[in-house]
Design a protein around this ligand. Sequence first.
Ligand code: ATP
Ligand code: MG
Length: 382
Amino acid sequence: MKVIIIRYSEIHLKGNNRDFFESALISNIKSVLREYSYEFTRSNARYVIRNFDEMYLDDIVDAVKNVFGVHSLSVAEEVDSVYELISSAALLYAPKTGRFKVSTNRADKRFPMPSMKISAEIGGDILEKNPNLTVDLFNPDYVVNIDIRENGKTFVYGEIIKAVNGMPVGTGGKGIVMLSGGIDSPVAAYMMAKRGMSLRAVHFHSFPYTSMQARQKVLDLAKIVKKYTLRMTVDVVSFTEIQTAIHENCPEEYMITIMRRFMMRIAERIAKNTGAGAVITGESLGQVASQTLESITSTNSVATIPVFRPLIGFDKDEIIEISKNIGAFETSILPYEDCCTIFLPKRPVTKPRLSAVQKVESVLDVDALVENALSNIETVVV
Ligand code: ATP
Ligand code: MG
């Protein structure tokens, strides 16, 4: 019978927290497999999926491969621990050319041959049927693995498929990611989910200055991010009133700086209202005028909870590479208008002094503007 073996990163599952991590991991795996029928079992330090429709084998492997906390997978043949059955299963997993070896783990000491001998004999069986192969114990291209287990069954498998690793989503607290339509913020969301954080998103739009397509693009990105975060809700906040107020009352070179502070205040309030403990942005040091140390200082100073910027030390190239890998890039580069592009100053301050920012902002009724924005949120469950 074909089965799928799932291995997890053992280091995260030590000590008292083991049950907490494992139950999150199992529930996340089950959640990505909810469309399929299968049988799931735990067996020492791994999980096994059986009795699924083999037509969906690749789909199931792909889904589980992207669950944070999963270290690797193998598609295996499970047979009764009888030499002939093991040998014919091994033939199924043997390559046709190149260098190979057989590696055996004999947990069931009742099996009548020592593991070295099993490897040698089965290696011989494989060679006999595949004369173009050579055995290489030290530097093989391919390993046929035989795992003789205590319950009278044996797993035979070849390839070890690398999964995403990281920590199970749900074990790293909850955060609000500020999601724009750009390249960076979906990658930032991915990075935090990788460390086990559950995420909710906030998006600021400036209808009618920004279009419904721009809003839809962000929801499409949220859907891509959801592949990794497993759940995703987006709070779409109308930012037009705040931008208009800044535009009419503050010097234009401070537009972006003050806008960022409003975004941060609103994101933090949403965090507090939804039980989240952090805000996440896609900022990268020095990338644009609003991402200098001085600009970040000014934005950060309105926050009272941690603000995580997982891309702070990344080059754009590196961010793009992750964006492509997570399947977001093609959507991120579609043309759109971001709310930040309206009323865009010709010469934004690149090194705003906090005291100057506070002074130019003080003409605004900050609390009222924030409350008003919060009372006009459209919540979309993706
Ligand atoms: P991105 O590619 O994520 O849009 P960017 O390089 O365009 O980033 P900025 O536009 O300066 O950089 O935005 C910095 C961060 O501020 C973004 O990564 C995102 O977290 C947040 N942000 C910007 N615009 C919005 C928006 N309209 N709604 C929500 N968050 C936003
Ligand atoms: Mg942007």
